[in-house]
Design a protein around this ligand. Structure first.
Ligand code: BG6
Ligand code: MG
Length: 220
C-alpha cells in the first residue's frame, strides 16, 4: 500500500480528535471503585475504543465480579458511567481539539479526501457539537447499529461504505489497539497515534505530527 492508495479517512474520535479518552477513563474509574475492581493503567488501556457495555464487562471481569450483577444492575452502572462522562465533557470547546487535528481535517477536506467518523461512542454527535466539528464529516457510523464493536472490523467496513470507497482506499486513524486491529481486519491502512500500537501500518507519537506530507513520507 502507498499514500496514493488513500482516497478517504475513517477517523476515531476519542483520543484522536479530542482528548476525551481521559474523561472516559475518569468516569469508568468511579464505576471500578464502586464495584471494587482495582484501577490499573493496564485496565484503563484495555478499555480504549471498546463499547460501553463491553468496557463494563472488562471492569467487572478484572475484579472477578463478572457474575455479581444482574443485567439490569449492569445497565444502571453503565448509565451512571455515562452520566459521569457527560458531566466531565460539558466544558469542551474547540480549544480541546487535539493539536494539529483541525488543520489535518481542513487540509484533507481541501484536497478532496472523503472523511467519515468511526467512533464507538454513542456520544459522538454531542462531542462534535462541543468541538464545533459537526459539519466536518460526510457521514458517521452509528455505533448503536453495530453487531460487534472494535476490534471487530464492522465499524471500519461501514465507514468505507459511507464514503462509497473500497476498503483498500481507506486509511483509519486510531489511538487504541482495539481500533488498529479493527482497521487491519477491515483491510484498510492503519494509522496509529500514541503508544503501544505495534500493529499499526504507520505510527505517529501524537496528533501534532500527523499531516498529509508526513503520512506520504512514511507510507511512500
Ligand atoms: C470509544 C471510547 O470511542 O467509545 C471508549 O474509546 C468508550 O472508551 C466507547 O467506551 C463508547 O463510548 P460511549 O460514549 O458510547 O459510552
Ligand atoms: Mg479512541
Amino acid at each position: 500500500m502507498t499514500f496514493a492508495d488513500i482516497q478517504g479517512f475513517a477517523i476515531d474520535l476519542d483520543g484522536v480528535i479530542a482528548d476525551t479518552a481521559k474523561f472516559h477513563g475518569q468516569a469508568w474509574r468511579q464505576v471500578a471503585d464502586k464495584v471494587g475492581t482495582e484501577w490499573t493503567e493496564e485496565l484503563a488501556d484495555s478499555l480504549r475504543g471498546v463499547s460501553r457495555m463491553d468496557s463494563l464487562e472488562l471492569i467487572l471481569k478484572a475484579g472477578g465480579h463478572e457474575n455479581d450483577y444482574t443485567q439490569e444492575e449492569k445497565e444502571k452502572l453503565a448509565e451512571e458511567k455515562n452520566d459521569n462522562y457527560l458531566e466531565l465533557v460539558k466544558t469542551l470547546t474547540p480549544n480541546d481539539i487535539l493539536p494539529g487535528m483541525k488543520k489535518f481535517l481542513d487540509e484533507a477536506k481541501a484536497k478532496g479526501y472523503h472523511l467519515a467518523l468511526a467512533s464507538a461512542s454513542k456520544n459522538g454527535p454531542t462531542i462534535l457539537k462541543y468541538l464545533q466539528l459537526g459539519d466536518y464529516f460526510e457521514g458517521r457510523v452509528d455505533p448503536a447499529k453495530l453487531k460487534k464493536g472494535k476490534p471487530d472490523p464492522e465499524i471500519y467496513l461501514q465507514a468505507a461504505e459511507i464514503m462509497n470507497l473500497d476498503p483498500v482506499h481507506v486509511a483509519g486513524i486510531e489511538d487504541a489497539q482495539s481500533g488498529v486491529e479493527s482497521i487491519n481486519r477491515a483491510g484498510e491502512i492503519s494509522i496509529g497515534i500514541g503508544k503501544n500500537l505495534k500493529d499499526a501500518d504507520v505510527k505517529f507519537n501524537d496528533t501534532s505530527e500527523l499531516t498529509l506530507d508526513a503520512l506520504a513520507k512514511k507510507l511512500g
